[in-house]
Design a binder for this molecule. Structure first.
Ligand code: FES
Length: 296
C-alpha cells in the first residue's frame, strides 16, 4: 500500500495495488531500457498481470502513476490488446484457435470438448475457477493445428485424448508442474517423430555454411514440334463477267409520248377533233331578206 499523486492532478489517494519487491525491481529494470517511461507501458502491464492475473482499475492507476502518464492512456492500451484481461479470469487461461487452418483440422471439436469439460462457453470461467476459456484468431501455429494456448504455452497437433492429458496435468498438478511435464514441446507438439518412426531431416542452422549445390539438372528439351502447314488456299474464283445492259434504244425508235393532260393532244399527234366540235356545218340561214324585212 502507498500513496501517489494522480497523473491528472487528482488528489493523493491510497493505492490498492502494489507489486512485490522482486517485481518492483523488475519494473525498474524495464524502465531503464526505454528512452521514455511511456514506452515501457506494455512490459510493465505484463508484469502486473502476471501478479494480479488481470488488469483491474487499481492496476491501471498504479501503472499510470509509475510511468507518469494518464490512466486513460493506460486503459487505451489495455482495451486494445486481447492479451490483457479486463476482468477476473481463472487460474489458467486457455485460448482455442478458431481460424481457418485449425478449423479445417478439428478446432470446433476441440472448443466443444473444452466447453463441455469446463461447463462454460468461450468467454467464461469453469466452476472450480481453474480455467477461463477464450476463442482466439490465428495464433501463428497454422501448420500444427488444431492447437490451444494455455497461459504462455502452445499445444499443437491435438486430439481429444491429448487435450485431456494436458488439462488434467494443469488441473491436478498446477501450471508450474504441468509446464515441466510438457517441457519438451518439440516432442509433445509433434515437431519430431514419435519413437520408431523416421525423424524429420535436420534443418541447417542459421549462419551455417551453405550446403553444396546439387548438380544443375537441365530441364528436358521438349521435342520440336513443327507447326502444321496451313492448307494452300486457292484464290477465290473470278466473278463471271457481267455484260453491261443493252444501251437504251435511239430516241427515234421510242414510241410517241402519251398525252399527259386530259383532252390535250399530244404534241405532234394528229387526232380527230372531238365529236361535239366536229358537228355538221352550221345550217344555212334561209330566211330571205324580204322575210326579214317583213318581220321588221
Ligand atoms: S489458424 Fe490456428 S494457428 Fe493459424
Amino acid at each position: 500500500m502507498g500513496t501517489y499523486s494522480g497523473p491528472l492532478g487528482k488528489p493523493e489517494s491510497t493505492m490498492a495495488f502494489a507489486l512485490t519487491p522482486e517485481r518492483e525491481q523488475q519494473v525498474d529494470d524495464i524502465i531503464t531500457r526505454y528512452p521514455t517511461r511511456r514506452a515501457a507501458l506494455i512490459p510493465v502491464l505484463w508484469v502486473c498481470q502476471k501478479q494480479n492475473s488481470w488488469i483491474s482499475p487499481e492496476v491501471i492507476d498504479y501503472v499510470a502513476a509509475r510511468l507518469e502518464i494518464s490512466a486513460a492512456a493506460v486503459k487505451g492500451v489495455v482495451t486494445f490488446y486481447t492479451m490483457f484481461h479486463e476482468h477476473e479470469v481463472g487460474e489458467n487461461v486457455v485460448w482455442v484457435c478458431r481460424t481457418l487452418s485449425c478449423d479445417l483440422r478439428g478446432a470446433k471439436a476441440v472448443q466443444e470438448h473444452l466447453e463441455e469439460r469446463f461447463g462454460c462457453h468461450a468467454g467464461g470461467t469453469s466452476k472450480n475457477g481453474k480455467f477461463s476459456l477464450f476463442k482466439a484468431e490465428c495464433l501463428a501455429a497454422c501448420g500444427q493445428g488444431p492447437m490451444i494456448q494455455v497461459n504462455d504455452r502452445y499445444f499443437e497437433n491435438l486430439d481429444l485424448t491429448k487435450l485431456d492429458q494436458i488439462l488434467d496435468a494443469y488441473e491436478k498438478n498446477g501450471a508450474e508442474a504441468a509446464e515441466k511435464q510438457f517441457a519438451d514441446t518439440a516432442v509433445y507438439n509433434g515437431h519430431v517423430a514419435p519413437p520408431g518412426m523416421e525423424p524429420p531431416p535436420a534443418r541447417p542452422s542459421v549462419g551455417a555454411p551453405a550446403a553444396q549445390k546439387p548438380a544443375s539438372i537441365a530441364p528436358p528439351k521438349p521435342a520440336s514440334i513443327a507447326p502444321p502447314k496451313p492448307a494452300s488456299i486457292a484464290p477465290p474464283p473470278k466473278p463471271a463477267s457481267v455484260a453491261p445492259p443493252a444501251s437504251a434504244p435511239p430516241a427515234a425508235a421510242r414510241p410517241a409520248p402519251k398525252a399527259t393532260l386530259v383532252g390535250m393532244p399530244a404534241v405532234g399527234a394528229s387526232s380527230p377533233p372531238p365529236a361535239d366540235t366536229a358537228a355538221a356545218p352550221a345550217a344555212e340561214d334561209t330566211t330571205t331578206d324580204d322575210a326579214k324585212k317583213g318581220e321588221e
